[in-house]
Design a protein around this ligand. Structure first.
Ligand SMILES: *Cc1c(COP(=O)(O)O)cnc(C)c1O
Length: 361
């Protein structure tokens, strides 16, 4: 599924050089490397501000707190996501309300989201699951019509675009994770939020550093969520490879869509345009998931499940409010989905062997 070792000795030496640069500078927290990466990432996402944070989870919490969302407020999101999406909402003190997915894409369904609206809804947090950007104009209109904020969880969608805009630039803010397995990954935990809103960025910078406005003066009770200099320096190096790696993911994804044919599993909907999907994961659906995964494993092909348990089925989250019609789409997805290898380290031969194993099943 992933091979996170440096792909070449030259690349490893670039990474080591970046770390050495930080060691030599003697500046380890909120220094020039963090600013440099923030500038790079804001520019790349077409936003005016990027705030480096310690994780993707923190980016959701800090972003929501920065727009004043907190206790008593409701935030609608999907039940088919990484648990961090929902923990971020809980951590800012707000109430997550779970909407169902569109079974064809795995993405939050607009009719279900509409049924989740109440007078307390302040925002909808959409997740660009598996790397897919879809119908952003529709979501922008939906949020305007209901006078709520649009927030994007971009943890799986680095470099995904729709109508010439990049993930994270559609909503009030976009939350990114740079966890090592993400399409742009650090060598430890890292995250960031991007936004067009300078007040939001200002608040986020205060919140990430204990609420400090000037040295030892604290206007709010913040947290410690500072992206560190080493991870920022590594991210700047990794960024240099992001587009090349993204193109490779897109190539593999397109090949799967073209060549996978077997009635014993289904593919999700094809992206409308190739730039809409960056294939963080390539997901199939099958009622025979277990035996399919076992057959692949017997041929040396690793698979994983994203995600085997929907959010509302997780023990500590079973009480969460949800679409009054239930979350059957998410439940069915959780019991049938599995992810096949789709990462830049795969050779053409690897990809062909995944295709022939699946088609031959
Ligand atoms: C990885 C991920 C997160 C959390 O990011 P961390 O950096 O691990 O906190 C949030 N949402 C989604 C959809 C993710 O895939």
């Amino acid at each position: 599924m992933n091979d996170l070792r440096a792909e070449s000795p030259e690349f490893q030496s670039d990474l080591l050089q970046a770390v050495k640069g930080v060691l030599d500078s003697g500046h380890f927290i909120l220094g020039p490397e963090v600013s440099k990466f923030e500038d790079t990432w804001a520019k790349f996402t077409g936003t005016s501000h990027c705030v480096g944070l310690a994780s993707g989870l923190d980016a959701i919490e800090v972003g929501l707190r920065s727009v004043g969302i907190g206790p008593g407020d409701e935030v609608i999101t999907t039940s088919m996501t990484a648990v961090a999406t929902v923990i971020g909402i809980l951590r800012c003190g707000a109430i997550p309300v779970l909407a169902d997915i569109n079974p064809a894409t795995g993405l939050i369904d607009i009719d279900s989201a509409e049924r989740c609206l109440t007078s307390k809804t302040r925002a909808i947090l959409i997740v660009h699951l598996y790397g897919q950007l879809r119908d952003l104009a529709m979501w922008v209109n939906f949020c305007e019509a209901h006078n709520i904020l649009l927030v994007e969880d971009c943890a799986q969608a680095h470099a995904a675009r729709e109508n010439d805009s990049t993930a994270g630039s559609f909503g009030i803010f976009g939350a990114y994770s740079f966890y090592p397995t993400k399409n742009l990954g650090a060598i430890g935990d890292a995250g960031a939020l991007v936004t067009h809103d300078s007040d939001l960025a200002h608040s986020a910078k205060i919140l990430r550093n204990y609420g400090q406005v000037t040295r030892y003066v604290h206007d709010v009770v913040g947290i410690n969520s500072r992206l560190d200099e080493i991870q920022a320096a590594i991210l700047t190096i990794q960024f240099g490879r992001l587009m090349e790696k993204t193109r490779r993911r897109m190539e593999i994804g397109a090949q799967y869509f073209r060549d996978l044919h077997n009635s014993r599993f289904d593919l999700l909907s094809k992206p409308i345009s190739s730039e809409n999907h960056v294939y963080h994961l390539f997901v199939l659906l099958s009622e025979e998931r277990d035996s399919l995964m076992e057959a692949l494993s017997d041929e040396g092909i690793q698979t994983l499940i994203h995600y085997p348990i929907a959010i509302h089925q997780q023990e500590p989250l079973k009480h969460l409010r949800r679409d009054p019609l239930g979350l059957l789409g998410s439940e069915h997805h959780a019991s049938t989905c599995f992810s096949i290898p789709c990462a830049p380290h795969l050779t053409d031969k690897d990809v062909e062997s995944v295709i022939s194993s699946l088609n031959g099943y």
